[in-house]
Design a protein around this ligand. Structure first.
Ligand code: FAQ
Length: 329
């Protein structure tokens, strides 16, 4: 991949001759699939790229708890409520592993979280959409976790060791999330009344396009991809992963008996892939700028959680100090 990127003169990617001896040794390690660990030398831009991506990923897991949190008190049965709560707790755990992986790069967790709360850090666009009916809980699991898995399965092979190891654990849990979401939708479609079936189609209509946007801008408009692919932080491009997600999701959509809100979605025998319609990138960039339907609400909820929980953290620190003093005495 690296040789290909250099050969094709991909923007911003240095050739081996242009590199310092340290950079060259680093790139050769990457090319030989040797993981980079926290104490190893790394180019500053590699460190910064990882801090950016891992912090955004961690913020996404934490903000991503909110659309589902909206339905915990209204889950239709005890079993569904337990499943939903378990899933949301898993997302919190993913956020914590990822913040820890980010800290191994020298980044400060509180600082990065402050950037999120100040509206300066990104998190996945998908979580700025509302969850309006119960079927959204199935569609989030199936489509949102489904898209997240396609992206994260390849990140298990990312070049930075702590990120790669976090991904291995996260992927196992995401796959349970995807299945519980799909099973929820199948139940509504197979055993539900017409109103429940309509809810499923409505949820798919609203979440389909935002799920495709999760993979990021198309390759030609993705400023970070070339260097991230050369460093094997990313292992496949945004468009390749988006296509894989569509190809594996459409048969599941058909099994549900639902349709996608895309009249151009069609199997292309010659390409061996599904063709699909144009993504509304203006909408994606508006969401990134903070103008999505729920951006303001999501950030306000996170800020309130931190401020409202301050007394708990203070009490925990005071308790720990007292305990330490007792041990020392
Ligand atoms: N939303 O040059 P690229 C989940 C930004 S986890 C917002 O292509 P890159 C689990 C990008 O940051 C979901 N911003 O960037 C769950 C960059 O901005 P910057 C999160 C986006 O990094 C399920 C700019 O656009 N997963 O769902 C988005 O090479 C259910 C240019 O883009 C990850 O974070 C977007 N969708 O590729 C939780 C996976 N796309 O920083 C709860 C790890 C792009 O230059 C419930 N991340 N941008 O100002 C990645 O694989 C990559 O960061 C990409 C973007 C592929 C997301």
């Amino acid at each position: 991949m690296y040789a290909q990127l250099v050969e094709t003169g991909t923007k911003g990617v240095k050739s081996l001759e242009e590199m310092s001896p340290e950079e060259r040794a680093f790139q050769q390690k990457i090319d030989n699939e040797i993981k980079i660990e926290a104490k190893n030398w790394m180019p500053e831009a590699y460190r910064q790229t990882l801090i950016r991506q891992i912090s955004q990923h961690a913020h996404s897991e934490i903000v991503g708890m909110l659309p589902e949190g909206n339905w915990v008190t209204r889950a239709p049965t005890l079993k569904r409520k337990l499943q939903l709560m378990a899933k949301i707790q898993d997302e919190a755990g993913h956020g914590l592993y990822l913040y820890s992986a980010m800290e191994t790069l020298g980044a400060d967790r509180d600082e990065e979280i402050s950037k999120l709360h100040a509206g300066k850090a990104k998190y996945s666009s998908i979580f700025n959409y509302p969850t309006l009916n119960w079927a959204d809980m199935g569609a989030v699991g199936w489509l949102v976790d489904g898209a997240a898995i396609v992206n994260q399965v390849v990140l298990q092979r990312t070049s930075y060791g702590p990120y790669s190891r976090a991904m291995i654990r996260i992927c196992k849990e995401e796959s349970f999330h995807q299945r519980q979401g799909y099973e929820l939708l199948l139940t509504l479609m197979r055993k539900g009344n017409q109103a429940q079936k309509d809810m499923v189609q409505d949820a798919i209509n609203r979440l389909w396009w935002p799920a495709l946007m999760m993979f990021g801008p198309s390759d030609e408009h993705s400023p970070n991809s070339a260097q991230s692919l050369a460093w094997k932080i990313k292992r496949q491009s945004n468009d390749e992963l988006r296509q894989r997600f569509i190809d594996q999701t459409v048969p599941q959509l058909e099994l549900l008996g639902c349709t996608a809100p895309d009249p151009e979605l069609k199997w292309n025998e010659a390409r061996g892939h599904y063709d699909f319609g144009a993504i509304q990138w203006e909408e994606f960039y508006e969401v990134l700028k903070g103008n999505g339907p729920c951006n303001a609400e999501r950030l306000a909820t996170r800020r309130n959680a931190i401020e409202g929980g301050a007394w708990v953290r203070e009490a925990a620190v005071a308790h720990a100090r007292k305990k330490q003093q007792r041990v020392a005495a």
